[in-house]
Design a protein around this ligand. Structure first.
Ligand code: NAD
Ligand code: UDP
Length: 338
């Protein structure tokens, strides 16, 4: 297939491009570089021996998106492009709704115009909100608690309505749990701007001496050790999940929702210990207050993806930590060094 990947130079996008190219698909890539660096493209080439056709463009720009569809015979779209910081979305809701929701409306309108009706969408476990019933199945109630999560819920609804209006569409809504890790080569990985908001990049930056200590956000949750529990998933497993979802939507029209996670939860302190084991580096930490809105526990039931997509996450917590560490230690300044 010729696949248009939006947000292709981002963390998950880059890993998915590698897997798509390795599987023999052609990739047309679009990104406005709002949260990524163009250097990732040469790393993708280095890993796969193949080029993506890259457009530095904003999906909000209808003319540019039209041009991309006009110049390439796109079979399907994998749509990662979005802003993803929860605190930023609380501070700047209009920017988040505009970028994520309007960007998707614009993309889908152009897809329809060019007769492309297959889309894999990056949704998130945050659409579930702080549900009390674990593990989360796809039919758990949706209750996002911040604007970022609400953009994902809205886009899911929009895509459902689009499908209802025209049953020729073929849509996969993928709800990711907590992506961590990096390509085993150490050549591509997560390169966040500024202070990392997520646990794993914070830990790896402490490990390379970029940050002094980890602050654990609360140790008084109702969990075994009192710290928050999440379903961490290796980014390469996540990337292969997209290939399986593409196969599914290429098989025929419909709309399908899948959790992509391992189904196992680990606490913050378990992650710290696993990282120390994998890297041999000790991670100083102190216990701080809870982060507003944080759930105690979140992990999924991955059965639906296993049975319908024949996909399952195969990489465990040690591999996640080892690969995160390899990337961070070999690229202490991320892609900056070229
Ligand atoms: P990322 O920020 O690394 O990648 C997103 C990419 O989209 C960036 O390269 C950014 O420059 C680009 N982009 C943003 N707005 C754009 C626009 N208007 N036009 C063109 N490009 C634009 O994030 P990621 O971690 O790779 O996440 C990819 C997707 O997965 C996002 O939709 C995110 O919301 C979703 N997601 C991520 C996580 C996570 O923890 N990383 C969890 C659940 C869901
Ligand atoms: N966390 C932490 N310190 C940090 C970042 C995160 O203790 O600097 C905790 C957070 O409270 C949660 C877990 O690590 O329990 C995962 O947080 P992350 O932001 O990576 O994912 P999310 O909470 O969005 O699932």
């Amino acid at each position: 297939m010729m696949v248009l990947v939006t947000g292709a130079t981002g963390y998950i996008g880059a890993h998915t491009c590698v897997e798509l190219l390795a599987a023999g698909h052609d990739v047309v890539a679009v990104d406005n570089l709002a949260n990524s660096k163009v250097q990732v493209l040469s790393r993708i080439r280095e890993l796969t021996g193949r080029d993506v056709r890259f457009y530095e463009a904003d999906i909000l720009d209808g003319g540019q998106v039209d041009r991309i569809f006009g110049e390439n015979a796109i079979d399907a779209v994998v749509h990662f492009a979005a802003l993803k910081s929860v605190p930023e979305s609380v501070a700047e809701p209009l920017r988040y709704y505009h970028n994520n929701v309007t960007g998707t409306l614009n993309l889908c309108a152009r897809m329809a115009r060019h007769g492309v009706r297959r889309i894999v969408f990056s949704s998130s476990a945050t659409v579930y909100g702080a549900s009390v019933t674990m593990p989360l199945t796809e039919d758990a109630p949706l209750a996002p608690v911040n604007p970022y999560g609400r953009t994902k819920e809205m886009i899911e609804r929009i895509l459902r309505d689009v499908y209802e209006s025209d049953n020729a569409w073929s849509v996969a809504l993928l709800r990711y749990f907590n992506p961590v890790g990096a390509h085993p080569s150490g050549r591509i990985g997560e390169d966040p701007n500024g202070v990392p908001g997520n646990l794993m990049p914070y830990i790896t930056q402490v490990a390379v001496g970029k940050r002094q200590e980890l602050v654990v956000f609360g140790d008084d949750f109702e969990t075994d050790d009192g710290t928050g529990v999440r379903d961490y998933i290796h980014v390469v497993d996540l990337a292969t999940g997209h290939l399986k979802a593409l196969d599914r939507i290429a098989a025929g029209p419909g709309i399908h929702t899948y959790n992509l996670g391992t189904g196992t939860g680990y606490s913050v302190l378990e992650m710290v210990r696993a990282f120390e084991r994998a890297s041999g580096v000790s991670i100083p930490y102190r216990i701080g207050g809870r982060r507003p809105g944080d759930a105690a526990v979140s992990y999924c039931d991955p059965t639906k993806a296993r049975t319908e997509l024949a996909w399952t996450a195969t990489r465990g917590i040690d591999e996640m930590c080892l690969d995160s560490w390899r990337w961070q230690s070999q690229n202490p300044r991320g892609y900056e060094a070229g």
